[in-house]
Design a protein around this ligand. Structure first.
Ligand code: SF4
Length: 717
């Protein structure tokens, strides 16, 4: 093969979507960063090594089916595409005949391109006629999205370009650790600090981001809402709020003012553990040392009150008059690669493309017209992610499930329950690039093209729509998800509504989103190529796109932002005598999501070969645990074993476990936020003990047919 020209595309991992150039050569695919206006030549270790995935020996290269059809204990064997698709279509038809249309469903992912997320939502509604679809972004961004929609009328993670952070004089980061999770983003925060900006980090752990900040506030997990209400209490008492902004641009402040009256600093200190002096200093900096930005991320959002917690920080930002002013405002740092676009175009249970609602008659009529169907054919909203997974295989639940770009056996909360439910399915179909823990349970596994082998668009954390470009052809028996969905739709008699061509799908997405909140009507592949990305909303070909939102108003009925009264409540599960500590989960620098990809990259696993349970030395001493010892963690839902990493950077009452390996989510609590249906990943009660039981096997499971090999065990409720 002669060396080919470089193709400019983007990293396959997080929402920063760093620009990279790929050059296939005779011996390997060479990867280098580009000067894309986000990473500006920077990459993290995950991005630098992403090309290792392309010809990885674990790559799925042909469809797999169970040797004995219907017997999940039988081994997976290679199959033709015809045999695999025949099995899927037969199971769909049988299930829908016996149990109704909603008995067949799909679970998507925030890593899918906009085209694939859109096509999956349409496939479920049009080809299956089913209400049963949701995706792993429900476990990631849903609380921030719900709160932003409630307060601002729109959910776009950052309503300004990332580079604006360099101009902010004060930045409050709540439950966010970009120094570890997206290091190239730190160039903007570093530039701000070099110019004298003050950064304050709220996190139960002294993370790399917290270590570099001016101040670290270290609350008990699950108390961020009380902290925000306490800050607003101080702002009101000290006359720091922007009365004119509140009067001119918002509604609902009196109720919030009344509510935060009860959050005096001494009470907030008792709830959160944050000293009164730090509380007051933070508010004074936000008010006096502007421009100021408040950022939240999963640490604040992944709770059973995550929507209200995010809302509390939005209330604070609005009361201080930050939102819509230059280099000021509120934002949430999106996690997954297409976490933004993936939550806009219809793979959520209650959603149609363009951020339209499935229960809105006008939205149904618009989208049905684009799709060429009767609006009455569109199903009603379905169940949210955990609620759908929790009922798999039951009489009124999904019995045939198609999973794209998601490893729910590892990433869903209360994972032992989810493993049971996955096994109860009549047919589990997984499309992936590797045999993930979820794929290992499947009846049919479809080998998917990966990031460098397909065209499409992604929408990064700023709301900038960018091109993912094909740099090389997929292996011969590997297909794109778009091609698979179009083929399945054809076999189900709905083929005329679907295309396997990404640009055709994107052009249809543009029409379907036109007039919606996330309006892509004026964005085309040609414009993205010419302009290096286009920010939505962009309603027309001659519209410049919208890098900054809210300067002229809010997309609410009256053009005003909305305060919403929110109150602190305890986490869904509190420590007690049996489970005396708080578990919080999160990420390591070297790994990404459930690790399906990064646990297969050699240099990343050398740097971090296994999960480490982070404990304060005082806590470890009480249990006779030394650094590197094995520690058993138990919650009411399960147990796991990991090596201890002793660190003074974590609170003595809190244990941290990364979620990139099986185990962490055996412990987590599926208590759901009432508004967003987000599970309480970030706070549950655990017990710890030294153990001699071996830890999980490091790295990727070798053809793991049983993810419980990792010593994760269920404990009945
Ligand atoms: Fe990839 Fe995110 Fe790392 Fe950039 S920061 S190289 S997008 S993983």
């Amino acid at each position: 093969m002669a060396d080919m020209p470089a193709t400019e595309t983007h990293c396959p991992y997080c929402s920063l979507q760093c620009g990279i150039a790929l050059r296939p050569t005779t011996s390997a695919v060479r990867l280098a960063p580009t000067d894309f206006d986000v990473n500006r030549g920077g990459l993290c270790a995950k991005g630098w090594t992403a090309a290792e995935l392309l010809d990885h020996p674990d790559r799925l290269l042909t469809p797999l089916v169970r040797k004995d059809h219907g017997d999940r204990a039988s081994p997976l064997r290679e199959a033709s595409w015809d045999e695999a698709l025949d099995r899927i279509v037969a199971a769909i038809r049988d299930s829908q005949r016996r149990y109704g249309r909603d008995s067949v469903g799909a679970f998507g992912g925030g890593g899918l391109t906009n085209e694939k997320a859109y096509a999956l939502g349409k496939f479920v509604r049009v080809a299956l006629g089913s209400a049963s679809i949701d995706y792993n972004g429900r476990f990631c961004m849903s609380s921030a999205a719900t709160a932003a929609n409630r307060a601002l009328g729109v959910d776009r993670g950052l309503p300004f370009p990332l580079a604006d952070l360099a101009e902010a004089r004060t930045v409050l980061l709540v439950g966010a650790n970009p120094a570890d999770t997206m290091p190239p983003a730190m160039q903007y925060l570093d530039a701000g600090r070099a110019a004298g900006a003050r950064h304050l980090v709220v996190d139960p752990r002294r993370t790399a981001t917290a270590r570099g900040a001016y101040r670290h506030l270290q609350p008990l997990p699950g108390t961020d809402l009380a902290l925000a209400n306490g800050m607003l209490h101080v702002a009101i008492r000290e006359g720091l709020i922007d009365e004119e902004y509140i009067s001119d641009r918002t509604t609902g402040f009196p109720a919030v003012r009344a509510a935060v009256n009860a959050y005096w600093p001494q009470r907030v200190e008792r709830i959160t553990g944050i000293p009164e002096a730090d509380l007051r200093e933070t508010v004074r900096l936000l008010a006096h040392n502007g421009p100021a930005v408040i950022l939240t991320a999963r640490g604040a959002e992944q709770h059973s009150n995550g929507t209200d917690t995010t809302q509390a920080y939005l209330n604070l930002a609005l009361a201080l008059g930050l939102v819509g002013r230059p280099y000021s405002g509120y934002g949430t740092i999106t996690g997954q690669g297409n976490g933004q676009g993936g939550r806009e175009h219809g793979q959520k249970a209650d959603q149609l493309p363009g951020y339209r609602r499935l229960d809105d008659p006008a939205a149904r009529a618009h989208v049905a017209a684009v799709w060429g169907i009767d609006p009455a054919e569109l199903p009603r909203p379905g169940r949210s992610a955990y609620e759908m997974l929790d009922r798999l295989g039951t009489a009124d639940g999904v019995r045939v499930l198609l999973v794209l770009a998601s490893n729910i056996a590892v990433s869903a909360p209360h994972s032992n329950r989810i493993l049971d439910r996955l096994r109860a399915l009549d047919l589990l179909v997984v499309s992936d690039i590797f045999r993930s823990e979820t794929a290992a349970l499947a009846d049919v596994v479809l080998p998917a093209a990966q990031w460098a082998e397909e065209d499409g668009t992604m929408t990064n954390l700023e709301g900038r729509v960018i091109r993912r470009r094909r740099a090389l052809a997929p292996p011969p028996e590997v297909r794109t998800d778009l091609a698979v969905l179009a083929e399945l739709a054809g076999r189900l008699g709905r083929g005329r509504h679907f295309s396997a061509d990404p640009q055709t799908v994107f052009d249809e997405l543009r029409r379907a989103s036109a007039g919606g909140i996330a309006d892509y009507a004026g964005i085309s592949y040609d414009r993205i190529d010419a302009e290096g990305g286009v920010f939505w909303p962009c309603p027309a070909d001659d519209h410049p796109g919208t890098p900054r939102l809210f300067s002229d108003g809010f997309p609410t009925a009256d053009g005003r932002a909305r305060f919403v009264r929110v109150e602190h409540r305890d986490p869904a599960e509190l420590p007690d005598a049996e489970f005396p500590y708080v578990l919080t989960t999160g990420r390591n620098m070297q790994q990404y999501q459930s690790g399906t990809q990064t646990r297969r990259v050699r240099s990343l696993t050398v740097a971090l070969p296994e999960p480490r349970a982070e404990l304060h030395p005082d806590l470890a001493r009480r249990h006779g645990i030394a650094d590197g010892d094995l520690v058993e963690l138990r919650s009411r839902r399960g147990r796991t074993v990991a090596r201890a990493r002793l660190s003074v950077d974590i609170r003595p009452d809190t244990v941290f476990v990364p979620f990139h390996w099986p185990g962490a989510n055996a412990l987590t609590n599926p208590a759901l936020d009432p508004h967003s249906r987000m599970p309480a990943f970030k706070a549950c009660a655990v017990a710890i003990a030294a153990t001699l039981c071996p830890p999980p096997a490091p790295g990727p499971p070798d053809g793991a047919e049983n993810p419980e090999h990792s010593t994760t065990e269920g404990i009945s409720r």
